[in-house]
Ligand binder design. Structure first.
Ligand code: PLP
Length: 497
């Protein structure tokens, strides 16, 4: 910035948008600011306590004509933005599923922002494409995925922004593969299957892909199967649809459902899909990370039946958002659905078919250099530390489960599988509130206290509290404190204190 400050933090016009020395100075200050944020993170209320619209009165209603100083912007971040931030990296964050950050992930993001390339085709930055191919092979090997998912054959991996995008591109590939077989005019007849525990991303993908909403089967999964999709239920539904003249094309199984970490029986569902010429997609957005540990790898046994497999290193593998890794056995299916080749993108390497052009494996054209951060995470921690990261969280979740067992007023709702504990406060025999009301009260009370953040779900009509250990800074003392906060608020609500 060449402008000089002239009072009120306002600077004179005259600037270079990128100035290496200014970047150095402000970059160091920003890193200091973020490091301080992490040091102080425990002091903030975990879930933001602001009311809707809070920022309207704090920020001018139009952009400044004249440049403002970096210092005045940092001040606004401290006083106006941070109060409206929910601290996903707080060690007292136990909500939804985690969204991990780490030093390596952060530095990788920084480097990606620094290069700021747009790697849609190989030629636009060969390193971006080639590193992604290699790092996705690395991670596939860590997960012990079948060889067909590696780039050495017809398959390979790609980084999508989210599991929702991964599901959508898999569904588009499945849809088009089926329509090429049966004729383009049969879109109305295509049927897609998941369970009522499958993430809502499946319904969204069906809407976008033009699947008739009546043909999106969310089959009931019950307590009897720990909320996993029963192959018998799926088989019956598929047979009924075939008998009715419909065309089953896509079956989505989940490893670690969002509500309760249910694991669908992959091998049986995969065989069923194959027997009916359907695409088999596995959504392991959250729990896929745990499968890097030999003792949890069996949860993806049956992945050899899949056409596509997805997990989110940005959830639980220390890779800053966004990084959702998708592997396919035959990339030509994605490419046939998503490829376009306008004149202005033509180049020698692509035409000679020597390279991967990731624009043909995803929805947008533009794409960031996201493999840098995954590469840095794998290199700076090594698989051994990443496995320990997962084990630490699972052990802390076990510890929380044991704490719950010490207080008969609470109950575990479904058996814990990974680092999510589903539990509830039992209503008092002659209490005023039913179980749902009581647990909603408890949830709101602890979240309003700012001392921790957790969220809920509904299973078989029951309101259930979800406690997920997954923030990288969480230690046993945070879990113990969270339990104490829950007990204290339960005392108040039940009137036992
Ligand atoms: N699938 C599962 C099992 C999830 O738990 C989630 C989110 O928590 C998603 C998909 C959607 O993830 P994304 O935000 O990456 O689309």
């Amino acid at each position: 910035m060449e402008g000089k400050e002239c009072g009120n933090g306002v600077q004179k016009v005259g600037m270079r948008a990128m100035d290496a020395e200014e970047l150095r100075e402000h970059g160091h200050r920003m890193v200091d600011f973020i490091s301080d944020y992490y040091k102080e993170i425990e002091s903030y209320p975990v879930r933001s306590q602001v009311q809707p619209g809070y920022l309207r009165n704090l920020i001018p209603d139009s952009a400044p004509d004249m440049p403002e100083s970096f210092e005045s912007i940092l001040e606004d971040i401290r006083h106006k933005i941070i109060p409206g931030v929910t601290h996903w990296q707080s060690p007292k964050y136990f909500a939804y599923y985690p969204s991990n950050s780490s030093t390596a992930g952060f530095l990788g993001e920084m480097l990606s922002a620094g290069f700021n390339i747009v790697g849609f085709s190989w030629v636009t930055s060969p390193a971006a494409t080639e590193l992604e191919v290699i790092v996705l092979d690395w991670l596939a090997k860590v997960l012990k995925l079948p060889e067909q998912f590696l780039s050495t054959g017809k398959g390979g991996g790609v980084i999508q922004g989210t599991a929702s995008e991964a599901m959508l591109v898999a569904l588009l590939a499945a849809r088009d593969k089926a329509l090429r077989r049966v004729g383009q005019n049969l879109l109305e007849n295509l049927v897609v299957y998941g369970s009522d525990q499958t993430h809502s991303a499946l319904i969204k993908a069906c809407k976008i892909a033009g699947i008739n909403p009546m043909n999106c089967r969310l089959l009931q999964a019950t307590f009897m199967t720990n909320y996993a999709l029963s192959p018998e239920v799926a088989s019956e539904s598929i047979s009924n649809d075939i008998a009715a003249g419909l065309l089953p094309i896509f079956l989505c199984a989940t490893v670690g459902t969002t509500s309760s970490t249910a694991v669908d029986p992959l091998a049986a569902l995969g065989r069923l899909a194959k027997a009916n010429d359907m695409w088999f997609h596995i959504d392991a957005a959250y729990a896929g990370s745990a499968c890097i540990c030999p003792e949890y790898r069996h949860y993806i046994d049956g992945v050899e039946e899949a056409d596509s497999f997805n997990m989110n290193p940005h959830k639980w593998l220390l890779t800053n958002f966004d990084c959702s890794t998708l592997w396919v056995k035959d990339s030509s299916n994605l490419i046939q659905s998503l490829s376009t080749n306008p004149e202005f993108l033509r180049n020698k390497a692509s035409e000679e078919d020597l390279v991967v052009d990731y624009k043909d494996w995803q929805i947008p054209l533009g794409r960031r250099f996201r493999s840098l951060k995954l590469w840095m995470v794998l290199r700076m921690y090594g698989v051994a530390n990443l496995q320990n990261h997962i084990r630490t969280h699972i052990n802390l979740a076990k510890h929380f489960e044991e704490l719950i067992a010490t207080d008969t007023r609470f109950e575990i709702i479904v058996p814990r599988v990974f680092a999510l504990v589903c539990f509830a406060l039992k209503p008092m025999p002659n209490g005023q509130d039913d179980a749902s009301k009581l647990n909603l009260k408890l949830l709101e009370a602890v979240n309003n206290s700012g001392a921790m953040f957790l969220t809920h779900t509904v299973l078989s009509g029951r309101f259930v509290l979800r406690f997920v250990v997954g923030a990288p800074l969480t230690e046993e003392r945070h879990v113990n404190t969270a339990w104490k906060v829950l007990q204290d608020h339960a005392n108040l609500i039940l009137g036992t204190v």
